[in-house]
Write a protein that binds this ligand. Structure first.
Ligand code: APR
Length: 315
């Protein structure tokens, strides 16, 4: 097919703008719809002058949400409020949960078959909210709803690559679980090339990956959370969804999806992506004893996060 419509919801934000810029450069995108409650006419006009084939259109305000989504193949959602110092991703819950609910309702009406990738935090809870809302609307397909946890993989590749003195792009590493603190489980024992080190080095790197978002929040000192690296990770993930849609083989990404791999009903593992979204869940990678302990710590936290989303959607 080779021509796809992508909608970015929250396209005027710190993540949304660079994400839209990167998507504007993706040759599989022919229509790029930018939705936000502010500034999208300007962002769209600006991007539309870039000499790539996609047509860019801006949509502003709730009244135009439906039009931005109509006919979309992939919807990427970074709409919401970001973290300030001292806030956890969970503190964002109330505002962001409402935004996800509204956008999900509109997706159900306007592009029920789209692949939906949620960046809005807390991802662990926002994805189950979207699932419940789509279910109520009778259009939920668990193979088409994703939480973007790619930034954890991107960070792990960067940290390992620089530590080993190899190109980060050549590093392979599964990061499984969720996208917040202890729910983030980098499987360092399976990294290629192998990250060798004593237990102390391994634990330090594990915690650095789990807390990498906070590193950025602190460094930005009140100006928000990760935007550029998140936009990169979001564009890479959307790009993989598009490659899968377009029939490319062996497209594998870790993403937070409905899952039976563990007791947590949403869980990130490596997935093969295809024409209908998740083609195959590759399941848990091999874990060593330390990683098994991390998994045990992640599951109860994830279950809480998931239940919170289900309760919100059904309240
Ligand atoms: N519908 C659409 N867009 C909205 C809505 C809404 N109801 N409410 C807010 N937005 C938009 C804002 O207008 C803004 O342009 O979402 C954008 C958010 O941008 P920023 O405030 O710059 O936040 P950002 O750093 O991009 O983070 C957005 O992604 O990673 C997560 O934790 C992060 O939840 C946060 C989200």
């Amino acid at each position: 097919q080779n021509n796809y419509k992508v909608t970015v919801c929250g396209a005027a934000g710190g993540i949304g703008q660079p994400l839209s810029l990167l998507l504007k450069q993706n040759p599989l995108v022919t229509d790029l719809a930018l939705y936000d409650i502010v500034h999208t006419p300007g962002v769209a006009a600006d991007l539309s002058h870039i000499d790539t084939k996609s047509k860019t259109a801006g949509f502003i305000g709730a009244d135009q949400l439906g039009d931005s989504l109509k006919g979309s193949d992939v919807v990427v959602i970074p709409a919401g409020v970001p973290r300030k110092p001292g806030m956890t991703r969970d503190d964002l819950f109330n505002v962001n949960a409402g935004i996800i609910k509204d956008i999900s309702n509109s997706i159900a009406k306007n592009c029920p078959k789209a692949l939906v990738a949620i960046i809005t935090n807390p991802v662990n809870t926002c994805v189950p909210i979207a699932a419940e809302i789509l279910k109520k609307a009778g259009v939920y397909d668990p193979k088409r709803l994703f939480g973007v946890s790619t930034l954890d993989v991107v960070r792990a590749r960067a940290f390992i690559g620089h530590a080993l003195g190899v190109d980060p792009q050549s590093v392979q590493i599964p990061v499984i679980g969720g996208h917040s603190g202890v729910t983030i489980l980098p499987v360092l024992s399976q990294s290629q090339p192998l990250f060798k080190g004593n237990q102390d080095t391994i634990e330090k790197l594990t915690v650095r990956i789990q807390e990498a978002g906070t590193e950025v929040v602190k460094a930005k000192a009140g100006a928000g959370s990760a935007t550029l690296s998140m936009a990169y990770a979001g564009a890479r993930f959307a790009g993989s969804l598009l490659k899968g849609l377009n029939g490319e083989k062996n497209v594998v990404e870790c993403s937070y999806v409905q899952s039976t791999v563990t007791e947590a009903t949403f869980f990130s593992t490596p997935l093969v992506l295809g024409k209908n979204g998740v083609q195959e869940n590759l399941g848990l990678p091999k874990l060593n004893d330390y990683e098994k302990k991390l998994l045990e710590a992640a599951i109860p936290e994830l279950k809480k996060n998931i239940q919170k989303g289900i309760d919100f959607a059904n309240a």
